[in-house]
Design a protein around this ligand. Sequence first.
Ligand SMILES: [Zn+2]
Length: 253
Amino acid sequence: MLNEEQRERYERNILVPGFGETGQQRLLEAGVCIVGLGGLGSSAALYLAAAGVGRLGLVDSDVLERSNLQRQVLHTTDRIGMSKTESAAKTLGALNPDITLQTVRVRVTEDNAADLFSAYDVVVEATDNFAAKYLLNDVCLEYGKPFATAGILALSGQALFVVPGQSPCLRCAVPVEPVGVPSTSEQGVLGAVPGILGSLEAMAVIRYLAGLWNPEPDGGGAIHSINGETMRWRSMRFPRNPACRCAPLWSTS
Ligand SMILES: [Zn+2]
């Protein structure tokens, strides 16, 4: 049961048709692990914390630099040199003292990923490199963790939400890690781009936790993208790939 303060804090969530107190209760009982507290992680974490996800794992190994502040809105100028986990915990704790924050200052690897994720219901991939995105995809498939993933560069970005066994994975859409793609440290990124894509990740996670997510009847998935040069949105449908490593997870019935 929600207390009075929670009813007041989460009133606008609760009023949403189909969400209600049940949806809010589900969020409060859930745990989400956010990997990366940069541009994508900033907006994802702010909205997940504000919405009342009961337990947030904050994973990052970096310290805050001045050049991060143009897009990483979790952090503030006076915290340059501070670990991003500590800075994120300060911001999110002030935003919503009703939730539990668990900071883990490590870089996610094949060896620690499973341990890190086991205590959470959903993972938010908010890293800045393809190697980490594919690693998280594969670990989440192995342990059946739903996850949100996104990528950004310059004026554009894409996002995808995966429920292993119920929707296609990142490798179904792009089977192997792309090579030769420039990074944001080479081609830049406007700060609002990760703001949008990280918010999209948060929204996918909140929908899933509140019980508003359903698999597509044909088992397909969708990559949502924004092209900031034309300001056009697109949702590209894609099927599951029977040759993908996620195929054994699909129900045959
Ligand atoms: Zn797949």
